[in-house]
Design a protein around this ligand. Structure first.
Ligand SMILES: NC(=O)c1ccc[n+]([C@@H]2O[C@H](COP(=O)([O-])OP(=O)(O)OC[C@H]3O[C@@H](n4cnc5c(N)ncnc54)[C@H](OP(=O)(O)O)[C@@H]3O)[C@@H](O)[C@H]2O)c1
Length: 280
């Protein structure tokens, strides 16, 4: 038996991204062996190197979470190199420009399809579907693959990612909203289903946090806020964007068996008050 055999194993999808790289680093500091999953290996390797240079244990595996065989391959590597996953953070997700409108309500110009505006009727339905896929099946499939191993062990914790769009209609992001609303329901459904297997399933709904994609939407080249950013901040009572480390307390609570051992099926908002205010 190796000296690391008793250390818990966490699988973090989207681990090269803004929010989940922070979570992965924190889990490693807390003593988890961490498997970093995402498609782009370069981003994962940066996080892996940071974890290892701080004395932690991490491996990176290029994985498409919408592809069951890719996730199964990752699981086999993880079980061989680290052990059985007891914590799954389903962080992979996001949006794509071709699934976003650039107007907030119907405009007759969109019916001309001349590129003057990008409304709902100008969107690419294949891209629309792919955004729903990554933000739904991209959580369902890892839960299916790693949840099965957890169920055999009769223990585990799963954390999904919802969003403000899970609860409120937010302009421009229709496909993403469908998916993130679904995540609240899937979290409830899976929590109820897996309770007899001693697996708790909860979700975190971040408010507006900056990542590489949203930074381009929220800031002009001169560093000033775009109209979108001003609108978001006007509807956020704390009048600022969230920072990735501000999710760690919520994650730590949800993964802790003593403090959250009776908590399953909920979605916790970490949002600077966004959902508390109608903005009027
Ligand atoms: N930032 C926010 O304000 C905010 C708010 C609410 C909810 N969320 C949710 O929180 C989670 C993390 O967000 P974030 O801000 O950290 O986003 P991010 O920086 O864009 O990170 C998301 C990561 O997901 C990975 N990914 C995307 N598609 C994938 C696929 N098919 N297979 C495997 N990995 C995939 C991406 O890596 P590759 O492209 O290399 O695969 C990326 O590194 C997401 O679910 C997001 O929807 C974020």
């Amino acid at each position: 038996m190796s000296t690391t055999d008793n250390i818990k194993v966490a699988v973090v999808t989207g681990a090269g991204g803004t929010l989940c790289s922070e979570m992965a680093r924190s889990l490693a500091v807390q003593g988890y062996k961490v498997a970093l999953l995402g498609r782009g290996l370069d981003k994962l390797k940066i996080v892996e190197a940071e974890i290892q240079s701080a004395g932690g244990i991490a491996i990176s595996i290029s994985t498409d979470v919408t592809d069951e065989s890719s996730v199964n391959d990752a699981k086999n590597i993880i079980e061989k190199e680290l052990g059985i996953c007891s914590l799954l953070i389903n962080g992979a997700g996001g949006n794509q420009n071709d699934a976003l409108t650039n107007i907030t309500e119907f405009d007759e110009k969109e019916l001309q399809n001349d590129g003057s505006v990008k409304g709902f009727f100008n969107l690419n339905m294949d891209v629309f579907k792919s955004v729903i896929d990554i933000n739904t099946m991209g959580t369902v499939i890892p839960s299916f693959v790693f949840g099965r191993s957890m169920a055999k062990q009769k223990k585990g914790v799963i954390i999904n990612f919802a969003s403000m769009t899970s609860f409120r209609s937010i302009s421009k992001v229709g496909a993403y909203s469908i998916a993130k609303a679904g995540m609240v329901n899937f979290t409830q459904w899976l929590a109820a289903y897996l309770a007899p297997a001693n697996i708790r399933v909860n979700a975190i709904a971040p408010g507006f946090f900056l990542n590489d994609r949203s930074r381009k939407i929220m800031f002009r080249e001169d560093g000033s806020y775009t109209e979108r950013a001003k609108n978001v901040l006007a509807h956020t009572p704390m009048k600022r964007f969230g920072e990735a480390p501000e999710l760690i307390g919520c994650m730590n609570w949800l993964i802790n068996e003593e403090s959250a051992g009776f908590v399953t099926g909920i979605t916790v908002s970490v949002d600077g008050g966004f959902l508390s205010s109608a903005g009027v």
